[in-house]
Design a protein around this ligand. Structure first.
Ligand SMILES: NC(=O)c1ccc[n+]([C@@H]2O[C@H](COP(=O)([O-])OP(=O)(O)OC[C@H]3O[C@@H](n4cnc5c(N)ncnc54)[C@H](O)[C@@H]3O)[C@@H](O)[C@H]2O)c1
Length: 250
């Protein structure tokens, strides 16, 4: 299936590693030009080098999605280098788990701001060039946790909020031929997940509840991103796609 992404410009947040990098690679393989963005400078350098070595077009920007000035500077750089932005993947995010009564305000703010305000900043920076071209894709990486996970009131609230953001954006932007969709990954083996002290418990829990008896790989999410970014998905908007091996609310 030709996804018709040749020459499109894709910005992926938090794409120095993990699901973000895999999504950048999948979009590059379909012919997109890539803007790697991440808060971690080393990972930006490595990701851009990796894509270039594989023969793809890529530039990088070190930024914190919570910083509107840095996000706007990246959008300006994408316009200078590639003429604008066609595809935005709001992927930057992380967990800071604690039961609510033990959760410091800083952990609430860090998670909610990165996931929600980050999507607000990045989408506002990318939309004008999509509206001008009358073509655009916004793909938000949510989580199965939008249903609510104990110890994750901050993360669950932010991911549920991101889904509401996606639906509202789809209604606002459809007339410009811009679609907005969200993906809810299940447990995916990434540096974030492998680094958690609860990794063994999470893994056993996921396998006990999933009909498909393996953990997710970053490519499982990246393939869904590439499809939703493509011309083939032009009539799909405001949707939430679960990529969980069949695991839902429990
Ligand atoms: N791995 C999973 O099982 C899983 C499941 C559901 C949802 N998700 C979501 O997928 C996304 C990617 O997760 P991952 O597992 O690949 O994580 P990861 O930690 O491997 O990658 C996340 C990247 O985001 C970057 N980042 C963090 N804060 C940032 C900020 N403020 N500005 C810019 N970049 C920032 C990090 O430096 C890192 O490179 C996250 O939104 C996460 O919530 C992951």
């Amino acid at each position: 299936m030709d996804l018709q992404l040749t020459g499109k410009v894709a910005v992926i947040t938090g794409s120095g590693r993990g699901i973000g990098y895999a999504s950048a690679l999948a979009l590059a393989r379909e012919g997109a030009r890539i803007v790697i963005t991440d808060i971690d400078p080393d990972s930006v350098r490595q990701a851009v080098a990796g894509l270039k070595e594989a023969g793809f077009e890529a530039i990088g920007a070190v930024l914190d999605v919570c910083d509107d000035g840095q996000v706007r500077a990246m959008a300006d750089e994408a316009a200078r280098a590639y003429g604008g932005i066609d595809i935005l993947v709001n992927n930057a995010g992380f967990t800071r788990d604690k039961y609510l009564l033990k959760m410091p305000e800083a952990d609430w703010d860090a998670v909610v701001d990165t996931i929600l305000k980050g999507a607000y900043h990045c989408t506002r920076a990318a939309l004008p060039s999509m509206m001008e071209r009358k073509w655009g894709r916004v793909i938000n990486i949510a989580s199965r946790a939008h249903w609510g996970n104990p110890g994750q009131t901050n993360y669950s609230a932010a991911k549920a909020g991101l889904i509401g953001f996606t639906r509202a954006l789809a209604l606002e932007q459809g007339k410009f031929n811009i679609t907005a969709n969200a993906i809810a990954p299940g447990l995916i083996e990434t540096p974030l997940v492998r680094g958690l002290s609860t990794y063994d418990m999470l893994r056993a829990n996921a396998l006990a509840r999933q009909p498909v008896q393996r953990l997710g790989a970053v490519e499982d999410i990246a393939d869904a991103v590439a499809f939703l970014a493509s011309e083939r998905a032009s009539f799909i908007t405001g949707e939430l796609l679960h990529v969980t091996g069949g695991r839902y609310a429990s």
